[in-house]
Design a protein around this ligand. Structure first.
Ligand code: BGC
Length: 250
């Protein structure tokens, strides 16, 4: 069965129908630029534009780069503040004409990785961290998600971790790979001391270049790159919309 998954990111809003039995995209992705400012009205219209590009599916899953509780967006670190308290699930559903499931972007990526990617079949505590515009986190016990964790905002040396160790921080602070890897290492050390997970999965677009920084990171927890790369958010959104995973909707 195909379900449309749509991933709202800092620079682009991407969607594709996903075969939820195997996690593959059944059509090529369609992308529009994330509106700037990324206010509620503009982003809802952009999501509707992505949805309209494809044949209708019974339901749609949409990721959001912030906390989503019962379909309402509760934080907006890297998007317009009009999202604070916005009834996202209802707004998207009205705009696309079918029921929509909304969940946090890192939770979606994590669900996809645990189902079809680097975390498949893993037991114990797995923490997925997406290093992108911000840092997103998804925590699993076996394949069960603890939704809406916000470990990108853990304080490291007085700053939000995402201000030091996101892919965006590497670019704006013009950090070389070695220097940035140290920032990621210091963050992962803090995370492992607090949570003692069995596995870290590192996602976000930068995980494509994991050979440039993961070998430089010396921590005790096994750490692997995500395998679904750019598609993880779309796949996880579609999976969440099947209702199999009540992430962020419970
Ligand atoms: C947000 C998270 C989000 C992450 C990645 C953070 O700033 O607070 O909710 O998952 O960015 O987009």
């Amino acid at each position: 069965m195909a379900i449309l998954g749509i991933d709202i990111g800092g620079s682009g809003i991407k969607g594709a129908p996903v075969d939820v039995t195997n996690g593959t995209l059944v059509e090529e992705r369609f992308r529009v630029e994330t509106p700037q400012p990324s206010d509620v009205t503009s982003v809802v219209a952009a999501v509707a534009q992505v949805a309209a590009h494809f044949d209708a599916t019974e339901r749609i899953g949409v990721t959001f780069p912030g906390v989503v509780l019962h379909g309402v967006t509760r934080t907006a670190a890297n998007v317009d503040k009009s999202w604070l308290g916005a009834p996202a699930r209802d707004l998207f559903s009205q705009a696309v004409g079918v029921p929509v499931t909304v969940l946090n972007d890192a939770d979606a990526a994590g669900v996809a990785e645990m189902t079809f990617g680097a975390g498949r079949g893993r037991k114990g505590v797995t923490i997925m961290l997406t290093l992108g515009t911000g840092i997103g986190s998804a925590v699993f016990i076996d394949d069960r998600l603890v939704p809406n964790t916000e470990f990108g905002h853990l304080k490291i040396k007085g700053e939000d971790a995402e201000e030091r160790a996101s892919a965006h921080a590497r670019e704006v602070d013009k950090l070389g790979w070695a220097k940035w890897a140290k920032h990621v290492e210091e963050y992962l050390r803090e995370m492992e001391n607090l949570f003692n997970p069995d596995l870290f999965i590192i996602g976000g677009g930068i995980s494509k270049k994991s050979e440039k920084f993961l070998p430089l990171i010396d921590i005790r927890t096994p750490t692997v790159p995500a395998v679904l790369l750019n598609e993880a958010g779309i796949v996880g959104a579609a999976l969440a919309a099947t209702g199999a995973e009540p992430a962020g909707e419970a």
